[in-house]
Every structure is written in C-alpha cells, then in structure tokens.
Design a protein around this ligand. Structure first.
Ligand SMILES: [Fe+2]
Length: 328
C-alpha cells in the first residue's frame, strides 16, 4: 500500500481548520476511472537520456473521473470557502496555497492512499503525496480581468501532479487548460523571441465534467490556464506527488516556492524532504558501494548521494530567485 514517505507536517501557526465539514469517505467521494489516452515524453520530443532521469516516461493523459458527484460537490464547497485566502504571485493572479492545513476533508483527499495508488498505476511507478504540504491541493481561481491568463505558460515546480476541474467546465467560455506538445527548450527559445506556443502545437483538454482530472508530468510538459472569454467561476486544483525512487532526479524547484509560501514552514519542510532523500541515497550507497574505488569515483558517488542536501543548503542561503515562467 502506498503511504506518505514522511508524516504530514503539523498545522503551521495562524491556520485554523474549517468547521462543519463532512469526513472524507473514499467509498462515497471517489469514483476512480482510468484515462482513455496516455501520452509519453518521447512524443513531446524528449530524448531517452532526458527521460531516464525523470520519474516516469508518462507526459500527460486525457481527462478522467476521480471524484464522484458527491465528492465533486464537497470539493467545490471547500474551494469556495477557501477563496478568501487567495493571493497573487508573479505567475498567477489568484491562488490558494496550503489549503490542506485549513480543510481536513481536502487534506484527506490530497493524501488519500486510494488516489495515490490510482495515479501511481497511471504513471507506472510507485508514488507518494508530496512531502512539502504546500505542494498538495494548490487552488487556482479566475483572475479579476477578462483576457488575463489564469496561469501563464509554465512548467510546474514539481514532477508529478494532477489538474482537476473543481467548478463546472461546461459553464466556461474560454479558460481552457492547454499544453504544448514539445519540449521546455522549444518554449524557452520561443520566449526568447517574445513568442508564445502556436495553437497548432497545443492541445486544449476536453473535460467530461467537474471532479475530472488530467495526470501530468508537470515539470516536463509546458502548460497554462488560458484566459476566460466571459466572466465565470473557474476553479482548478493541482495535487502534487513524488516518485519514491530516490535514484531519479528530485525535479522539484523548491526555491520558486518562497514567492508563494510561508518561508519558515517551507524551509523546514524542504529540509526534512532533502534529508529523507539523502538518507535513502546514503543507505543505498552503503549497501552497493564497491570496496575498491579510486578517490575521484568515491567522491562522485558520495557527492551524488548528498546532492539534494547540497542543493537545499544553497537554495536556503541564496534567498529569493525569479519565479520561473515563459512570458514577459
Ligand atoms: Fe501548472
């Protein structure tokens, strides 16, 4: 059974639980179905070497049902109650972070072992809910002005996630969830020239209804929430996972999160996650290390085992970096 790799971090100071919520009940609130279409990273132009370092060859799926009608109705209520906490950041005008520290129902959905196992089966790997709790249950709301993208062209700060329609997509004119069928390098080259991905290289996801989601290899597939043509309630939820295989790259761009999350909570949770990865990488090193090595080979292996720690120390001491996206 897939479980969290670390205990769910305690509720940070200043957060309070919503009152009067139903209890999360997988039997009543979930309706887990498989996607009809699964696209892979090689279709997007990534090389075998690039794919080998990542969590999974899966790129993105068609939309499929995750919540039952009853579960979708509860999520919409939770998202509406959390909207008062929406804030702006350099990429998204209105989003709520750390909702899993305000709604127990939401926390239990985002860390559900049934849902985790289901998405693990779609990705074809063993996964766990992201140990950094702000990477769970991110909520996006429609911007205040028509014509503004809900979320600019970007790749995610984490490897694996799903994007779920929380409000009814049938009521939307515009506000498409779009992804580019190509590599990050291609979009970066377009952005250098001040251009955006052309419509003929992009796919707009078709949504069967609210409570449906797409699984996405979020930091490899460039995507966005497009502008609405008519003002409407548009709410999406993004839930993050990690591969439990610590030999793969972490793929999480933690430093960008200082733009959107409480720095003290983020620093502690990032440190704990890096320590967990290093602990398991060092454990493998002890088990697998040949006891006849030249000095540079030994140094490389040790350096690789603690790479997450080195990276984290650097990120924590460097301070704020520019939040990454592909638009000026
Ligand atoms: Fe995203």
């Amino acid at each position: 059974m897939t479980t969290a790799v670390l205990p769910f971090a305690p509720q940070p100071g200043g957060f309070e639980w919503l009152e009067g919520e139903p209890e999360f009940d997988p039997a009543r609130h979930l309706q887990l179905e498989m996607p009809e279409r699964v696209r892979t990273l090689d279709e997007f132009g990534y090389t075998t070497e690039e794919i080998a370092r990542t969590a999974t060859p899966v790129a993105v799926t068609s939309a499929f049902r995750v919540l039952s009608d009853e579960g979708a109705a509860v999520l919409l209520t939770v998202a509406r109650r959390l909207e008062v906490f929406a804030r702006a950041n350099p990429r998204i005008e209105r989003s709520v972070r750390s909702g899993c520290h305000r709604s127990k129902w939401f926390r239990d959905l985002c860390t559900s072992s049934d849902v985790t196992e289901h998405f693990g089966a779609i990705y074809g790997i063993d996964i766990a809910p992201h140990p950094i709790t702000s990477q769970l249950g991110h909520l996006n709301y429609a911007p205040s002005e028509l014509g503004s993208a809900v979320d600019k062209w970007h790749h995610d700060t984490l490897a694996l996630d799903y994007v779920m329609m929380v409000a009814d997509p049938a009521l939307l004119d515009g506000g498409d969830f779009e992804y580019f069928v190509g590599t990050k390098a291609e979009v970066a080259a377009l952005a250098e020239r001040g251009e955006r991905p052309s419509a003929d290289r992009c796919v707009s996801v078709e949504w069967p209804g609210l409570g449906c989601a797409v699984a996405i290899h979020g930091n490899m597939v460039v995507h966005r929430g497009g502008p609405l043509s008519v003002a409407a309630e548009r709410i999406t939820m993004v839930n993050g996972y990690i591969s439990t295989d610590v030999t793969r790259d972490d793929q999480t761009r933690h430093q960008d999160l200082f733009h959107v999350d409480d720095p003290r909570t983020l620093s502690a949770e990032w440190t704990r996650y890096a320590a967990w990865r290093a602990q398991h990488r060092l454990g493998r090193l002890i088990e697998d290390l040949p006891l006849d090595l030249d000095p540079s080979d030994a140094a490389d292996r040790l350096s690789s085992a603690v790479a997450d720690v080195t990276h984290t120390v650097k990120g924590l001491t460097e301070g704020l970096s520019r939040i990454h996206h592909y638009e000026l």
